[in-house]
Design a protein around this ligand. Structure first.
Ligand SMILES: *Cc1c(COP(=O)(O)O)cnc(C)c1O
Length: 394
């Protein structure tokens, strides 16, 4: 019997999933840098366009390299379908606009990535979609926010930057009872540590820019879910609005998936060690890391995640102390990306979350002393020494 890739272990799916070899038998996946495709006859073109015969038509609709990336990520996620996008924000934008119409209502967790908040707060209202923000950890808040026209729920879990975790299964039940779809931004957990679809979510989105590339090169994103929801909701909007991922970036991300599991596990081992150094230091007022038993939602994390991930948040009490810490780092970069092989740290209040009004920042507990660190693949000893020295200087 032929092997079913869905039965493979995750390591095998990461390396071999979605592979579609050309007649040349290449080992490394081919990069099909082509916009269009030629047909054997006018009739063949007709059949391709009508959908009667499968095949590619135009890069905006699909591309063989991009499809390999989509198929491999779908296998890793355990999703029936995956559509790649040019960035994580394109994925979030399409995920929401595909589900929502004028007059509909969205409920969103209030701790969201800055650009996601802009889409929800500034863009959707232009098209008459209203949103209620809730404390995502409070299940009664989700229930109370539901209206007759609620069509979608949006959460990020763990959330940026303070790693607040939402009970995905319980929120999915509330969404479904209301006739709404649950969209989960799973960037921080990665497909290695959390499977929102298996927990009850309808749609998962990724910024592939983060751990999936993981080497600081390209932007990319993805939307995943079950058929027929994916086709009904996203096929036309993706074809006609043009957020297609370039085949070159697809190829980079496809190769990124081969080592995703290895990298994320090593980053997580490093993060656990660095989090211990941070938590033990006298300058640290609070440390939040999903892999620590003192995370405020450790029980929930044990239920729905299989690893703590590579992001740590910690409070040094003031902006001045946070900046002194950042400026004293010698190995770790000051940068706002995450999931990279290189460790980096940022001051959310003045970078990633600077456009968030202060009142809203305080609502999620984001005061001026917080630092967010993405732990990379350097030696844990070097990272611990660098962080410890910078904390001394804070
Ligand atoms: C980075 C990020 C995004 C946006 O992704 P881009 O690829 O930069 O467009 C969305 N959500 C989360 C949680 C992110 O970290």
């Amino acid at each position: 019997m032929a092997e079913d890739p869905r039965d493979w272990e995750i390591e095998t799916r990461a390396v071999r999933g979605g592979m579609a070899r050309s007649p040349y038998g290449e080992i490394s996946e081919a990069l099909y840098l082509t916009q269009s495709f030629a047909y054997d006859s006018a009739e063949a073109a007709d059949k391709r366009f009508s959908g009667e015969e499968p095949g590619f038509i135009y890069q905006r609709f699909g591309n063989p390299t991009t499809q390999m990336f989509e198929d491999r990520l779908a296998l890793l996620e355990g999703a029936e379908s995956c559509r790649a996008t040019a960035s994580g924000m394109a994925a979030v934008h399409v995920a929401l606009t595909g589900l929502l119409r004028a007059g509909d209502h969205l409920v969103a967790g209030r701790a969201l990535f800055g650009s996601c908040r802009w889409i929800v707060s500034e863009l959707l209202p232009r098209f008459a979609v209203e949103t209620t923000y809730v404390d995502a950890t409070d299940l009664s808040a989700w229930k109370n926010a539901v209206r007759p026209n609620t069509k979608a729920f949006l959460i990020e879990s763990p959330a940026n930057p303070l790693l607040e975790v939402t009970a995905i299964g319980a929120v999915a039940e509330i969404a479904h009872a209301a006739g709404a779809k649950l969209v989960v931004d799973n960037v921080f957990a990665t497909p290695i540590f959390q499977k929102p679809l298996a927990l009850g979510a309808d749609i998962v989105v990724y910024s592939a820019t983060k751990h999936i590339d993981g080497q600081g090169r390209v932007l990319g994103g993805a939307i995943l879910g079950a058929e027929p929801l994916m086709t009904e909701t996203y096929k036309d909007i993706l074809r006609h609005t043009g957020p297609a991922l370039s085949p070159f970036n697809s190829w980079v991300l496809l190769k990124g998936l081969e080592t995703l599991e290895l990298r994320v596990r090593r980053q997580t081992d490093n993060a656990a060690k660095v989090a211990d150094v941070i938590a033990a230091h006298s300058k640290t007022q609070q440390t939040v890391y999903c892999g620590r038993p003192d995370h405020p939602q450790a029980a929930l994390i044990a239920n729905q995640m299989t690893g703590g991930g590579n992001v740590i948040a910690f409070d040094l009490g003031s902006r001045a102390a946070a900046w002194r810490f950042l400026d004293a780092l010698q190995i770790v970069d000051i940068s706002n990306n995450l999931g990279d092989a290189k460790s980096m740290a940022t001051h959310p209040c003045t970078t990633t979350h600077r456009s968030m009004p202060e009142a809203e920042r305080l609502e999620i507990g984001l005061t001026e002393g917080w630092v967010r660190m993405s732990v990379g693949l350097e030696g844990a000893g070097d990272l611990s020494r660098d962080v410890s020295r910078a904390l001394d200087a804070a």
